[in-house]
Design a protein around this ligand. Structure first.
Ligand code: GRF
Length: 198
């Protein structure tokens, strides 16, 4: 059974979907802990599923290294097989990435390498893109630059705003995330040698 630590910053809808999937006896992974960089609303999903959680508050960029060290300490308690960034809106410091690489994955609301960064949905709209998408990647020290594990296109509709487009992307992110975790857990996907997606 693959054990997961999930890190969030926001509402945690992707986390919730993963918790639901992982509560099926046949699903080959279990969430063992949920962490956040703030008192995120999504922590309520962990509580609802009886999963322990922790918060390591973000204290600004000057404190990034200390924040990362504290986060790593919390994660170490649980020894997760895989760390899932599911809407964590902070870059992990390099020592944390190094400790778990390549066993850290991230979901992103755009069709990478298009529109990386914190505003992937907004940037796609601003660029006038007719389609965007969702991606799941391996985390490295770049910004949404690691190997792509799964992705799917989502059309941009003429009257879309950031919120409506994001709400249509998120269900796709959830499906890709759950499928990717399943593939990692079953050994169908080797994070050390992911098959490149072109
Ligand atoms: C997702 O679109 C994630 O990719 C992005 O923030 C959103 C998080 O949504 N970075 P939620 O907290 O899972 O609802």
């Amino acid at each position: 059974m693959l054990t997961l630590a999930v890190l969030i910053s926001g509402t945690g809808s992707n986390l919730r979907a993963l918790l639901e999937a992982a509560s099926e006896p046949s699903f080959p992974a279990r969430v063992v802990v949920v962490g956040a960089d703030r008192e995120a609303d999504g922590l309520a999903h962990a509580e609802a599923f009886g999963i322990p959680s922790f918060v390591v508050p973000w204290r600004g960029a000057a404190e990034r290294a200390a924040w990362g060290a504290e986060l790593a300490e919390q994660l170490a308690v649980w020894q997760p097989d895989l760390v899932v960034l599911s809407g964590l809106m902070k870059l992990l410091p390099p020592p944390v990435v190094a400790e778990y690489a390549p066993r850290i994955i991230n979901t992103h609301p755009a069709y990478l390498p298009e529109f990386p960064g914190a505003h992937g949905v907004r940037d796609a709209l601003a660029a006038g893109a007719k389609q965007t998408g969702a991606s799941v990647i391996v985390v490295d020290d770049g910004v949404d630059a690691g190997p792509i594990l799964a992705q799917r296109r989502v059309p941009v509709l003429p009257d879309d705003d950031e919120a409506s487009l994001h709400e249509r992307i998120k269900p796709v992110e959830r499906e890709l995330l759950i499928e990717t975790v399943r593939r990692i857990a079953t050994g169908d996907l080797d994070l050390a040698a992911p098959v490149p997606i072109s």
